[in-house]
Design a protein around this ligand. Structure first.
Ligand SMILES: [Zn+2]
Length: 136
């Protein structure tokens, strides 16, 4: 049974702005529905002519970007599989520069935090070991 694919889905597909599962689903429909390919070509032609839909403008304004909080959870591996897959797709496949920059900034912060904690822990153990030696 062919699925009805909406105009905004086709636009998002062209921009590769959909989660991987949906990209695959639309690809499947494109293979089975020749008229969908025609619609896709029309959208692509319009885009070359500089006509942009609301959906495109919405995406261009990066409303689909992850928040810093989401990116932080992503780094910690605290997101569910679907969200993590979407962020990975958004960053690696779409190559969103804004999110890439945010992510590397956040991972630097996390590394620094880990370093501070480790230094503190090392100092603590050293002083504890020192005290134990003195008592012995
Ligand atoms: Zn982004």
């Amino acid at each position: 049974m062919p699925r009805r694919v909406t105009q905004s889905e086709l636009e998002a597909y062209l921009e590769e702005a959909l989660p991987p599962q949906e990209m695959a689903a639309i690809e499947l429909e494109l293979r089975g529905q020749p008229e969908l390919l025609k619609r896709l070509a029309t959208i692509n032609g319009r885009r070359d002519a500089g006509v942009h839909s609301v959906g495109e403008i919405w995406r261009r304004n990066r409303l689909s970007c992850a928040s810093r909080q989401q990116l932080g959870s992503y780094l910690l591996g605290a997101l569910d599989e679907e969200q993590a897959a979407y962020i990975q797709f958004h960053i690696d496949t779409i190559g969103c520069r804004v999110c890439q920059a945010n992510l590397s900034d956040l991972s630097r912060q996390q590394e620094e935090t880990v370093e501070i904690v480790e230094t503190r822990r090392t100092k603590y153990f050293q002083s504890t070991a020192g005290q134990l030696r003195r008592k012995a």
